[in-house]
Design a protein around this ligand. Structure first.
Ligand code: SAH
Ligand code: SF4
Length: 344
């Protein structure tokens, strides 16, 4: 809840405003039950317990990379479902990558999150708890959030919208919209709806191919909304928000990494204020995709740059700890690197 909402609930119940402040402070400090709120009377604690629920994420496993400061968490939720988050250190501060759903129904062929379909949506507070826990567990202030973990954020629109409002509230974690990126596989109606909100978040599009036939093979969502429709929605989003759009492109050997793909990509992105992020695909054991070699990846990037497209090759963080979406939940064993802790 926003603090203002808690206050207005308390006032409606005939409780003093400062009590709402106290409760809000307790929740923000990380308590998991009303019983721990020692400056609140027992009768009020019992009353609150009957009305409200304090959502938490229970860490089951923590993997700390030996190569960098990346920390990956496997959490259990109140109903036993499991999700993943990652904390990453960049020059500008700490970024948490959160999940928005348990599983995902988009079924992209390269992704571990969608293999078993969608289990359920996450609530706004379950998203918030992932940010909060990662910061507290490492004693750091989280400055940025990316909605790039398990799940398709625009397939859980209302809860994601509410999460954005909660996490950016200065009375709460206070992580501003400009420090938040939302990644989508291309749920076109959701992009229009997000544009209407006009929040200055960064929209990140998982494009991965410039031709419909290749993209449809990799991403079922493209059979519903074509690349042309997707880019029309991106232009609309840009027109409203004025924000630069980020295009993610996972490089798969022999599939989407040809010079022809680079040329077509540059052609279709012309006129959009954007940035292309190339990522060597992370092989998952359920498919046969291989990473594009370093040299070819560089050539692809150079080609895009020479055609006027702002391009970067994403640095891989936590490569030794399966720090890629959906992999930890499926692979219960350690990959071998980093520090692996079972917390339950
Ligand atoms: N559902 C949203 C956000 C979560 S996925 C989306 O698809 O955009 C976050 C990013 O990881 C997406 O860009 C997705 O395409 C990418 N991704 C998924 N599996 C991957 C893999 N095996 N290797 C590289 N990137 C992957
Ligand atoms: Fe879902 Fe994104 Fe994975 Fe596709 S890439 S299955 S949309 S989480």
């Amino acid at each position: 809840m926003l603090k203002a909402e808690l206050i207005s609930d308390f006032e409606a119940m005939g409780e003093k405003k400062f009590r709402a402040d106290q409760v809000y402070k307790w929740v923000a400090s990380g308590v998991e039950s009303f019983d721990e709120m020692t400056n609140i009377s027992k009768s009020l604690r019992e009353k609150l317990d009957g009305i409200y629920f304090i959502p938490t994420v229970k860490p089951i496993r923590r993997l700390t990379s030996a190569e960098d400061e990346t920390v990956k968490y496997l959490y259990e939720l109140y109903d036993g479902e499991r999700i993943e988050s990652v904390l990453m250190k960049y020059n500008h501060g700490y970024t948490v990558c959160i999940s928005t759903q348990v599983g995902c129904r988009m079924g992209c062929s390269f992704c571990a999150s969608g293999i078993d379909g969608l289990f359920r949506n996450l609530s706004p507070s379950e998203m918030l708890a992932q940010v909060d826990f990662a910061g507290k567990d490492n004693g750091v202030r989280v400055s940025n959030i990316v909605l790039m973990g398990m799940g398709e954020p625009l397939d859980n629109f209302d809860n994601v919208k509410r999460f954005l409002e909660l996490v950016s509230d200065p009375e709460g974690l206070g992580i501003g919209y400009r420090h938040i990126s939302l990644s989508t596989s291309g749920v076109v109606p959701g992009i229009y709806k997000l544009g209407e909100l006009n929040y200055p978040i960064t929209l990140s599009i998982s494009l991965h191919a410039p031709f419909d036939d290749i993209r449809s093979e990799m991403m079922k969502v493209n059979r519903r909304w074509s690349i042309a429709e997707l880019l029309r929605a991106c232009r609309d989003y840009q027109k409203i928000t004025g924000r630069r759009i980020s295009f993610e492109y996972a490089m798969i050997k022999g599939k989407n990494d040809t010079e022809e793909c680079a040329r077509e990509l540059a052609r279709i992105l012309k006129g959009i204020l954007c940035h292309v992020n190339l990522i060597p695909v992370n092989p998952v054991k359920e498919n046969t995709y291989e990473k594009t070699d370093r040299k070819e990846l560089r050539q692809f990037a150079d080609k895009l740059c020479s055609l006027g497209i702002n391009t970067t090759v994403r640095r891989t963080l936590g490569g030794d700890i399966d720090a890629s979406c959906g992999q930890l939940r499926r692979n219960s064993e350690n990959k071998g690197g980093g520090n692996f802790e079972n917390l339950q």
